[in-house]
Design a protein around this ligand. Structure first.
Ligand SMILES: Cc1cc2nc3c(=O)[nH]c(=O)nc-3n(C[C@H](O)[C@H](O)[C@H](O)COP(=O)(O)O)c2cc1C
Length: 192
């Protein structure tokens, strides 16, 4: 699968088979993350591969629950996914490195660029997973400090995101995207 095809055919997968995922596939996914670009090549990302089902369940429990307008509490769809898949990838970042001088002072108006760098690594990983026939869904709505405590993430690191890695058991519908004319401008902002 070439890069453009992988980008266009990847979908967030929320229903998985419990089929095993071998270490070779996990290594290939991590390797894709490792080769992402980063601020001054600082590579602030750290990845935790969770296979232990008890730890996976504890982390799954940190995912947010939402109250619908009718009062019904719904779980983050990722919760069931994490409990089904054999592998959970957790992405952390060392703070005060990306977009920062050696003394930790930030260089731009954006502050610490760790979210940016980790997102690049995550996108590489989810695309690599897809190219290998595996599914993922990036999870943002969860109690990150609680998950960090469960996983022993040390001070100075932020637990940014996590995603299940497994064999898809659904072919989700395409989520629509804005037209290019709405988001791409020429020469000046707003000029189509
Ligand atoms: C930063 C980020 C956080 C997300 N958090 C969640 C989440 O907590 N739960 C979930 O089910 N999906 C989550 N998603 C998946 C998005 O809902 C999904 O990418 C989007 O609807 C587009 O669908 P697609 O990925 O199938 O193209 C997240 C995606 C991103 C990029």
């Amino acid at each position: 699968m070439d890069a453009l095809e992988a980008i266009k055919t990847r979908r967030s997968i929320r229903k998985y088979k419990s089929t095993p995922v071998d270490d070779k596939a996990v290594q290939a996914v991590l390797e894709a993350g490792r080769w992402a670009p980063s601020w001054a090549n600082t590579q602030c990302w750290r990845f935790i591969v969770v296979r232990d089902s008890k730890i996976k369940a504890e982390v799954a429990d940190t995912l947010s629950r939402f109250k619908r307008p009718d009062g019904v509490i719904v779980e983050n769809a990722g919760m069931k996914a994490i409990n089904t898949v054999p592998v959970l990838i957790v992405v952390c970042a060392q703070m005060g490195r990306s977009g920062c001088r050696p003394d930790g002072e930030t260089v731009t108006d954006k502050g610490d660029w760790y979210m940016f760098d980790t997102a690049l690594a995550v996108q590489n990983m989810v695309l690599a997973a897809h190219a290998l026939g595996l599914g993922t869904v990036i999870i943002g709505a969860f109690d990150a400090p609680r998950a960090a405590a469960i996983l022993g993430v040390p001070a100075g690191y932020s637990l940014v995101t996590l995603f299940p890695l497994g064999v898809p058991d659904e072919e989700p519908k395409i989520r629509p995207r804005k037209e290019l004319s709405e988001i791409a401008f020429y020469d000046k902002f707003g000029v189509e």
